[in-house]
Write a protein that binds this ligand. Structure first.
Ligand SMILES: Cc1cc2nc3c(=O)[nH]c(=O)nc-3n(C[C@H](O)[C@H](O)[C@H](O)COP(=O)(O)OP(=O)(O)OC[C@H]3O[C@@H](n4cnc5c(N)ncnc54)[C@H](O)[C@@H]3O)c2cc1C
Length: 318
C-alpha cells in the first residue's frame, strides 16, 4: 500500500481528521482508530477521492452511523469516509414530477427521516422505526425486521463505483435479500423511495407501536450493534430460525468474556461495557459460534461487520 499523504486531499472539498477514533464513534462505543477520517463536502469531491485512492492503491472504507460495525482495538489503515455533510443528507420530494417518489441522501439519519415522514403523513418506511442507521447503511444491509425491510420501498439507488463513476439502478435491477443486496459498488449515494400518503394520526400510532415492540424486545439502551449473527437456515426444515433463540437454547445468555456479554434481554445482542475492548466482543463471538456449532451443528454467520487491519481493505466490504 502506498503511504497516504495529506497532499492527497489538498485541493479537494473534504474535511480530514488524522488518527480518528472511529471505534468509539460506533454504536459499540469501543475499538480503535482510522489513519484518516474524511468527510467529503460534495459528491464531486467524493468521486475524485475514490479515483485518487484507486490510483495509489489506498484502502477506503465507508462508515454510516456505525450501528452494525465493530472496529478492532488496533483500528484500520487507510481512509474511512463519512457522508455526514449536508450534500449527502438531503431529502427531495416529487422526483420526476411524481408525488409518490422521494429521494433521500445516503448520509441522512434513518430515524430522523422517519420522524419527518411520520409528521407529514408519508408512509412506506415506518417498518424501519427503531433501527439505528444511515440510509446508505440501511440499504447496504437491507435493514429490517418483523414489520418489513427497507428494500420493500426502494424505487432506485445511485452508487459510485470504485473508479468514482455514478451508476443508477432501478428497482428491477436490484435484489434485496435477508440483510443483503446485490449492490457491488462501494458507495451508495442516494435512494429513491416509493412512498404512500397516509393519515398522519394513524401513521404516528403505527410508528409508536413499532417503536414500542422494538424497545420491548431489544436492549436498546446498551452499547451493541444489534444482532451479532444472521438468522440461520434450519438444516431440517429449510426455514430461517432465530439465531437469538438458538444461542439462548444453548444456554449462552449472559455469557461474559472480558468486557463483552451476551445480552440477557436478547441473546443475539452482544454488549460491551463502558471503556471495554472490541476484541472481547470478537472473541465472545468466536466462543458462541463454537458452542452453537458443537451443540446444534449450525454454523452461525456474522451480521455485524468487523473491521480490522487484516480484513479486506476495500470500501463497503462486509
Ligand atoms: C440497538 C440496535 C438495534 C438494531 N436493530 C436492527 C434491526 O431491527 N434490524 C436490522 O436490520 N438491523 C438492526 N441493527 C443493525 C443496524 O441498525 C443496521 O445494520 C443498519 O443498517 C446499519 O446502518 P449504519 O448506517 O449504521 O451502517 P454501518 O454500521 O456504519 O455500516 C454497516 C455496513 O454498511 C456499509 N455502509 C454504510 N454506509 C454505506 C454507504 N453509504 N454506501 C455503501 N456502504 C455503506 C459499511 O461499510 C458497512 O459494511 C440494530 C443495531 C443496533 C445498535
Amino acid at each position: 500500500m502506498t503511504r497516504i499523504s495529506r497532499s492527497l486531499f489538498g485541493d479537494l472539498d473534504v474535511e480530514v481528521e488524522l488518527d480518528a477514533p472511529i471505534g468509539v464513534a460506533s454504536w459499540f462505543c469501543a475499538g480503535g482508530r482510522a489513519d484518516f477520517l474524511v468527510r467529503p463536502q460534495t459528491a464531486d469531491a467524493l468521486a475524485e477521492l475514490l479515483k485518487r485512492c484507486r490510483q495509489i492503491d489506498t484502502p477506503v472504507r465507508i462508515m454510516g452511523e456505525g450501528a452494525n460495525l465493530l472496529v478492532d482495538d488496533d483500528g484500520v489503515s487507510g481512509i474511512v469516509v463519512r457522508l455526514d455533510a449536508p450534500a449527502f443528507r438531503s431529502i427531495e420530494h416529487n422526483i420526476d414530477g411524481k408525488l409518490e417518489l422521494v429521494r433521500v441522501g445516503a448520509g441522512a439519519d434513518l430515524a430522523r427521516t422517519l420522524m419527518r415522514f411520520a409528521r407529514a403523513g408519508i408512509g412506506g418506511l415506518e417498518s424501519l422505526m427503531g433501527v439505528p442507521a444511515s440510509i446508505g447503511g440501511a440499504i447496504r444491509m437491507n435493514a429490517g425486521g418483523a414489520y418489513g425491510e427497507i428494500g420493500d420501498a426502494v424505487h432506485a439507488v445511485a452508487c459510485l463505483d470504485a473508479g468514482g463513476e455514478t451508476r443508477v439502478y432501478t428497482a428491477d435491477e436490484l435484489r434485496f435479500d435477508y440483510r443483503s443486496t446485490n449492490i457491488v459498488d462501494p458507495i451508495i449515494l442516494w435512494t429513491v423511495f416509493s412512498i404512500t400518503q397516509e393519515n398522519p394520526v394513524r401513521l404516528r400510532e403505527r410508528v409508536k407501536e413499532i417503536a414500542a415492540y422494538k424497545s420491548r424486545t431489544q436492549p436498546l439502551g446498551e452499547k451493541s450493534a444489534g444482532c451479532m449473527y444472521r438468522n440461520p437456515i434450519d438444516p431440517e426444515t429449510g426455514e430461517r430460525v432465530s439465531a437469538g433463540r438458538i444461542i439462548d437454547e444453548v444456554g449462552l445468555k449472559g455469557l461474559q468474556h472480558g468486557s463483552a456479554t451476551v445480552s440477557t434481554r436478547h441473546a443475539n445482542f452482544f454488549t460491551i461495557e463502558r471503556n471495554g475492548r472490541a476484541r472481547d466482543a470478537i472473541e465472545l463471538g468466536d466462543l458462541v459460534h463454537a458452542r452453537v456449532l458443537d451443540a446444534r451443528g449450525i454454523e452461525l454467520q456474522r451480521e455485524v461487520v468487523v473491521w480490522d487491519r487484516s480484513s479486506p481493505e476495500r470500501i463497503g466490504n462486509a
